[in-house]
Design a protein. Structure first.
Length: 203
């Protein structure tokens, strides 16, 4: 599938995207910022797509910066939610980007497979099963079910339960953007795509 909205090249971004990129760093940082490693994928196709509307990109990055680096959820909890949203929505770009962040958070290939299989897969402990199920329920009905809510609240306080909802919503919107705009996988993600395909871990 070709892009419906052709990403702008970095030289076309302008000052508005500088502001948008700066917005990714929240005022309160609770989780490590990504390593400054030139070999890591740069996400230029999604950034170039958002560059068509820098004001929107700034507003959205303010939220995603909080979700990624300021949330009350652990990095592992966050990435389980994001991966499940990507799997349910069939958003390959989101999936590829977040298998990298999931590995940073200590999520194993076996656990990535379990995310694909969903909350009813064998091997989940009770809380993480509920976390993955919450992603399914929010995407399907916009409401966490009573049993799932009860399990999550046994470990999460008021701030963290809100972070669950907003993490799913934030990355569901991004999946909509990828799929509706036809954001293509970047060249620097292709080796990972091939690797995951070979391991049976590509959605």
């Amino acid at each position: 599938m070709s892009a419906r909205l052709e990403p702008l090249a970095p030289k076309e971004w302008g000052e508005g995207m500088r502001t948008a990129l700066a917005a990714l760093r929240p005022a309160v940082v609770r989780h490590p910022l990504p390593p400054q490693d030139p070999s890591r994928p740069k996400g230029l196709n999604v950034l170039g797509t958002l560059a068509h509307n820098p004001e929107l990109a700034t507003a959205y990055h303010t939220l995603t910066g909080y979700i990624l680096f300021g949330s009350n959820l652990s990095a592992r909890q966050r990435e389980l939610l994001v991966l499940r949203v990507a799997a349910v929505r069939g958003s390959r770009y989101e999936w590829l980007q977040h298998t990298i962040l999931a590995a940073d958070a200590g999520i194993t290939p076996e656990e990535v497979r379990r995310v694909i299989d969903g909350p009813d897969a064998d091997g989940w402990e009770r809380f993480e099963e509920a976390l993955v199920r919450a992603a399914d329920e929010l995407v399907a009905t916009a409401r966490i079910g009573d049993d799932t809510w009860s399990t999550l609240r046994s470990e999460l306080d008021e701030k963290a339960i809100l972070d669950v909802i907003f993490t799913v919503g934030t990355y569901d919107v991004l999946a909509m953007t990828f799929l509706s705009c036809g954001v293509e996988v970047d060249d620097d993600l292709r080796p990972l795509e091939d690797e995951l395909r070979g391991n049976g871990l590509l959605i």
